[in-house]
Design a protein around this ligand. Structure first.
Ligand SMILES: [Cu+2]
Length: 87
């Protein structure tokens, strides 16, 4: 029984692989902006971790597979910044 459970857990963790999304962020001027963007990204359902780069004007978002980049961008825009999905 225990072995079966372990096998199921292994399958779930393989199929729910993390997804990496790159976003272009516009309008960040200072570290407070970075904090705002990061906070709004982390509030998006499915997002696990985000790194926001002020100088490069970009963000790397680690999320559950299937989390839409558009949803992330909408959250950033709501916070008052420009956002586009980077290729
Ligand atoms: Cu700022």
């Amino acid at each position: 029984m225990k072995k079966v459970l372990l096998a199921i857990v292994a399958i779930v963790s393989i199929t729910s692989a993390d997804q990496l999304t790159s976003l272009k962020i516009e309008g960040m001027m200072c570290p407070a902006c970075v904090k705002n963007v990061k906070g709004s990204l982390n509030d998006v359902k499915g997002v696990k971790e985000s790194s926001v780069y002020l100088k490069d004007g970009k963000a790397e978002v680690k999320s559950a597979d299937g989390t839409k980049a558009e949803t992330m961008c909408d959250a950033v825009k709501k916070a008052g910044y420009g956002c586009a999905v980077a290729k």
